[in-house]
Each structure stands twice: as structure tokens, then as C-alpha cells.
Design a binder for this molecule. Structure first.
Ligand SMILES: Nc1ncnc2c1ncn2[C@@H]1O[C@H](COP(=O)(O)OP(=O)(O)OP(=O)(O)O)[C@@H](O)[C@H]1O
Ligand SMILES: [Mg+2]
Length: 435
């Protein structure tokens, strides 16, 4: 198992990215730890313990997805976010829910492969350098003349002779044939692909390239040779089964609504989700995946429906419910400044690329938070997403005019900010912000 964070540590880490929403953070942190705890229970009882699937309820843009996304990132767990409305009942044209697991394993493979490559990178590099030395001094036997061989090896590894041209023989890249199989038939695709690949003879090609280029190419080839695809598959399956996190967004849209009569019933999708959440085996082209211990986090605004309108079996599989709070003006100000790589920091970095140092004092930041809050109140409430709109408007001129002839310091004043929103907002309310 990857890093075993304690719940308190998890919350502390989440605090760096998500402002407020303490209850939700706490519960996801517990669910995460419980999975680690489970893996440390004696195997006999391990399978009895089910994950604490969570239902997050809260308005748009308040951090539901962000919490789940960050959580998965913290522990490098395979993670996938899917919209519940994308699925159709089994038997109908469209995505079936099992594709969630097939996508999750792809994500796990990516994580595992990256880790494996990191692990063999040094060895692959050595192999590649040795191959280059052999091209440079083909007649020297490294066993007999180790000194000379090492001398050349050092030349190659120190990048001294990177510009030198050598001739190497490379296998011609075969184009990977993409075969689209209907869901559940992936196994066949793999077999077919193997068959087709066996037919074509890999052609070799002589090429003159610099040592620097040869290094990159040969390292890649060595990685391909050293990498153990079977082990990667096995590890990815295990990682998916034990640490996978599925984020089911817009689950509220599956609930029965009294307001939309005649709408297609989404109940079938709910029923299809049941076994997945409860624990079933899904066939993928990498092997079978048991979903018993995958953590499901469902989320929805539930403005027009209530979680109680989901079919009761599905409700039962999301035993932990947590409400996320609407964002306050202070939250919005904190989101602007206190999070890691916050919006302000992002724009500062963007403008720095054009040699512009952007500064905004506390008052200006509070004013922007205030405006975002007002706009949310008076129009559709977009949560933190409203901040993007506010900042973008405030910085529009600079973003358009830049770069200037020379580097420049730009400070934004409260007056400028206020003027940007003259039309929309009650000026009396904003007048206190002018100095
Ligand atoms: N509490 C918060 N702290 C920090 N950033 C936040 C917070 N809430 C939202 N954001 C930011 O706002 C954006 C939207 O948030 P997020 O995707 O989590 O919304 P959501 O709650 O999932 O909404 P929806 O119901 O529309 O999916 C993200 O860029 C996120 O970083
Ligand atoms: Mg979301």
C-alpha cells in the first residue's frame, strides 16, 4: 500500500487545497484510513470489511470534486470521475457502468507503469550507454579491456560527446493497430492485436543521429526490454482493487424528480450501479477486477431532488452522507489567496512569463471576494467558479496589452476593480471600498 496517511494528516494536506468543508474532509480521510486499516486486518476478516462509501451533498462549485481529486492525488490512488448521467441501462445504446472500472484500471496502469519506469530508469540508462560504447568501439571486448570500455562509457555518460554523430540500427516503429471492441470483448481485441503483430516482421533501419538523440532512443528501447508488462498488469489490478477511488458526479440527476414528469427513468442506471458498488467482478482486457473494496464517492447538488429519492438499495450503499456548505465571502477570499497555487498565484505566474509583476493588496482581494459573493447571490450561484470570472474581468486589459516594452510592476487598485463591475452591482454597496 502506498503512503499510509493518518486521517489527521490527510485533512492537513487537504487543507492546503480546499478551504472549509471540514466535515467532508474529515469523513473522506477516515474512509481512506479505514481502507489501509482493512489491509492490515488478518486476511480472514479482511473481506468482511466494506469501504465507507460517501455521498457528498452540496451546491455547485464548493469543492466536492476538488476534495475527491486531491484525496486520490495525495495517495497516488487510481481515480476516475464520471458523470452518472452519462450512463444508460444495460441493453441500451450508450456507456454501461462497467466501463467505469475499465477506465479506472487504465488510470492504475498509468500510475504503476510510471513507478516501474522510475525504478528501472537507471538500469535502462546504463544499458543504453553501453550500447553506444559498443558502437563507438565495436572491436573492444568489455570483459578484456575494461579500462578502455569504461573510459568511453564515462565520455558518453558525462555528455561530453553528445554532439558526435553515430550510426545505429533501430527497429522500425510498428504502428499500433487500434481495434475497437464492444464492451466486455476486450479480451478478444488483445488476442487479435497479438496475432496481427506476429504477422508483420519488425524491420530494422540504419540511422545517423547524434549521441544525444541515440541516448534518448536507446533508453526508451531498453525500458521496453526491461519492463515487465505482466507484473505491471498484476500490480495495476491489485492497486485498482485495493486503492481505487471512483467519483460518481451528478448522482442527484438519477434520483426520481417530481418536477419532471415523462422524463426517462434513470432507475435502471441506479440498479446497474448496485452490484458495482456492492462488489462484483468486472472483466477487463487486463484481467478480472473485483470491485468490493473500491471506494465510491458520490456527489450531487440535490437541489430539486433529495437523496431519499434514490432507490433505497443504492442509498444503503452510501452509508455516509455529508453536506458541503455554501461558500462565505471569507471562504472566497481564502480561496483566492490561501490555497496552494491559488488563482491569484496562477495569474501572477502567467503574467510573470511576460515580465510583469502583479500585486494585489488585501483590500483588493477582499473586494473581489465580495463582488464574487454578491454576483453569486444576485445571479446563479456558481460557488468558487465565480472567482475565475471576476479575476479574468479585472485583469482583462493587462492580459490583453501584455507584454510591455520593458518589465513592469502592475498593482491593481480597489477603484479599478470597482469600475469593472459598475454595471452589475449596487454601487452603494461597493462605495465603502473606494479609498
Ligand atoms: N472550498 C474550496 N476551496 C478551494 N477551492 C475550491 C473550493 N470550492 C471550489 N473550489 C474551486 O472551484 C472549482 C470548482 O470546484 P469543484 O469542482 O470542487 O466543484 P463541485 O463542488 O464539484 O461542483 P459541481 O457540483 O458543479 O461539480 C475548482 O477549481 C476548485 O478548485
Ligand atoms: Mg463536481
Amino acid at each position: 500500500m502506498s503512503k499510509a496517511l493518518t486521517p489527521i494528516q490527510t485533512v492537513q494536506k487537504l487543507d492546503k487545497f480546499v478551504i472549509g468543508q471540514g466535515d467532508a474532509k474529515k469523513l473522506v480521510a477516515i474512509a481512506l484510513r479505514n481502507r489501509w486499516r482493512r489491509l492490515n486486518v488478518d486476511p480472514q476478516n479482511q473481506n468482511e470489511i466494506m469501504p465507507n462509501n460517501i455521498l457528498m451533498i452540496g451546491p455547485t462549485g464548493v469543492g466536492k470534486t476538488e476534495i475527491a481529486r486531491r484525496l486520490a492525488k495525495l495517495v497516488s490512488a487510481p481515480f476516475i470521475k464520471v458523470e452518472a448521467t452519462k450512463f444508460t441501462e444495460v441493453g441500451y445504446v450508450g456507456k454501461d457502468v462497467e466501463s467505469i472500472i475499465r477506465d479506472l484500471i487504465e488510470n492504475a496502469l498509468h500510475i504503476v507503469r510510471k513507478k516501474h519506469i522510475k525504478h528501472i530508469q537507471k538500469k535502462a540508462q546504463k544499458e543504453a550507454y553501453k550500447k553506444i560504447v559498443k558502437i563507438l568501439i565495436p572491436k573492444v571486448d568489455p570483459a578484456k579491456d575494461k579500462e578502455l570500455f569504461d573510459e568511453y562509457y564515462n565520455k558518453v555518460s558525462s555528455n561530453e560527446i553528445d554532439d558526435q554523430i553515430i550510426e545505429i540500427t533501430l527497429p522500425k516503429k510498428q504502428s499500433q493497430l487500434e481495434i475497437l471492441a464492444p464492451p466486455g470483448m476486450e479480451e478478444m481485441t488483445t488476442q487479435l492485436q497479438g496475432l496481427l503483430q506476429g504477422l508483420g516482421n519488425p524491420k530494422k533501419k540504419k540511422q545517423k543521429i547524434t549521441i544525444e538523440e541515440a541516448k534518448n532512443t536507446l533508453i526508451e528501447i531498453s525500458i521496453d526490454e526491461l519492463i515487465d508488462e505482466d507484473k505491471i498488469k498484476q500490480d495495476a489490478i491489485q492497486l485498482t482493487e485495493n486503492e481505487g477511488i471512483v467519483f460518481l458526479d451528478e448522482i442527484d440527476k438519477l434520483a426520481r424528480s417530481h418536477q419532471h414528469h415523462g422524463e426517462v427513468s434513470r432507475e435502471g442506471v441506479q440498479r446497474d450501479l448496485l452490484p458495482l458498488v456492492e462488489g462484483t467482478v468486472v472483466q477487463t482486457k487486463y484481467g478480472n477486477i473485483e470491485t468490493d473494496h473500491i471506494l465510491f464517492i458520490a456527489s450531487g447538488a440535490f437541489m430539486e431532488t433529495s437523496p431519499n429519492q434514490l432507490i433505497s438499495e443504492l442509498q444503503g450503499r452510501f452509508p455516509i452522507r455529508v453536506k458541503l456548505n455554501p461558500l462565505t465571502e471569507k471562504d472566497l477570499a481564502d480561496i483566492l489567496t490561501k490555497t496552494e497555487f491559488s488563482l491569484i498565484k496562477q495569474y501572477q505566474a502567467l503574467l510573470q512569463a511576460d515580465n510583469i509583476t502583479l500585486t494585489m493588496n488585501k483590500e483588493v482581494i477582499n473586494l473581489m471576494a465580495h463582488i464574487a459573493y454578491q454576483l453569486n447571490e444576485e445571479n446563479q450561484n456558481l460557488g468558487a467558479r465565480r472567482l475565475n470570472q471576476v479575476i479574468e474581468r479585472v485583469l482583462e486589459e493587462i492580459l490583453f496589452e501584455a507584454p510591455y516594452k520593458s518589465s513592469k510592476k502592475v498593482g491593481i487598485s480597489a477603484k479599478q476593480v470597482r469600475e469593472c463591475f459598475e454595471k452589475e452591482l449596487n454601487q452603494k454597496d461597493l462605495s465603502q471600498w473606494i479609498i
